[in-house]
Design a protein around this ligand. Structure first.
Ligand SMILES: Nc1nc2c(c(=O)[nH]1)N[C@H]1C(S)=C(S)[C@@H](COP(=O)(O)O)O[C@H]1N2
Ligand SMILES: [Mo]
Length: 253
């Protein structure tokens, strides 16, 4: 008689479960032509794709990143990367209190528009105290106020074929989100931090908050948004400026 090793059939490790779920989700993602990480190439690409598929399978679209009380806000929240863009036009806008700042939105929208700070502030706002984790190994908690990106996409008449939002910044960064993250309730175009205006070093006047991914996806100094159905035909096709530096397009945590 064949002896069954105790527990062999019943005990599935967490890892097996995750990998299994990831593969299943990969199938679903491919079959449905839902978004797929654009930069899933090569050896690391396989693991990026698996992480992505697992997260999409196990986390419901509205699973929230943890929010904290205001008493948990980090004093001296670190600044990483650009703290004060050199761009002349940016400095001019800054001198004018960003009254003339506009965020162009084009691509798969009912018609291209330029959004002012006043307009963004006129939309319903959301405030959240969340933790930013940087790939460099630190994390800090801050309070962010802004408008949900989902609301802005609604306002600009995002077309149903739109599958990604591509963002550009004053300091030359660019990145993209798929609709699952773009429409997530905690994904904000943030114009406030810790109760005041968003300070310049943290990305004034408007930055992205993507709370379920590492800090580098939360672009500062936004200068443009484009809605698109694919990102493989944009720039180097990786969907993100960070990819060439070794950072995955999908940085879910
Ligand atoms: N435009 C732009 N966005 C950016 C960066 C940057 O240098 N420029 N740094 C990124 C990184 S790596 C992190 S961790 C956070 C840092 O945000 P903070 O400076 O407000 O802490 O912003 C991200 N967004
Ligand atoms: Mo970072």
């Amino acid at each position: 008689m064949k002896r069954m090793r105790p527990g062999r059939r019943t005990l599935i490790s967490r890892r097996q479960l995750l990998v299994g779920a990831g593969m299943a989700a990969g199938g679903v993602v491919l079959a449905s032509r839902a978004s797929w990480p654009p930069s899933c190439r090569g050896v690391f690409g396989v693991s990026d794709a698996l992480t992505f598929a697992t997260h999409r399978a196990l986390l419901s679209p509205d699973t929230l990143a943890r929010e904290f009380g205001r008493d948990m806000i980090t004093r001296n929240f670190p600044v990483l990367g650009t703290a004060d863009p050199e761009d002349a036009r940016y400095q001019q806008l800054r001198a004018g209190g960003f009254a003339d700042w506009r965020l162009p939105v084009d691509g798969l929208v009912s018609h291209p528009v330029e959004l002012s700070l006043a307009f963004l502030k006129s939309l319903p706002s959301r405030t959240q105290v969340t933790q930013q984790s940087c790939e460099e190994g630190w994390s800090a908690i801050g309070e962010w106020t802004g408008v949900q990106l989902s609301r802005v996409l609604h306002e600009v008449g995002a077309a149903p074929q739109a599958r990604y939002v591509v963002f550009e910044t004053v300091d030359g960064w660019w990145d993209s989100l798929d609709m699952a993250d773009a429409l997530h309730p905690q994904t904000l175009l943030a114009y406030g931090m810790n109760g005041g205006d968003l300070p310049v070093p943290h990305g004034a006047p408007v930055r992205l908050r993507v709370e379920r991914q590492l800090g580098y996806k939360s672009l500062k100094f936004l200068s443009k948004m484009t809605l698109t159905d694919r990102v493989d035909n944009i720039r180097d096709g990786t969907g993100s400026a960070s990819y060439v530096d070794g950072f995955a397009w999908y940085a879910g945590i």
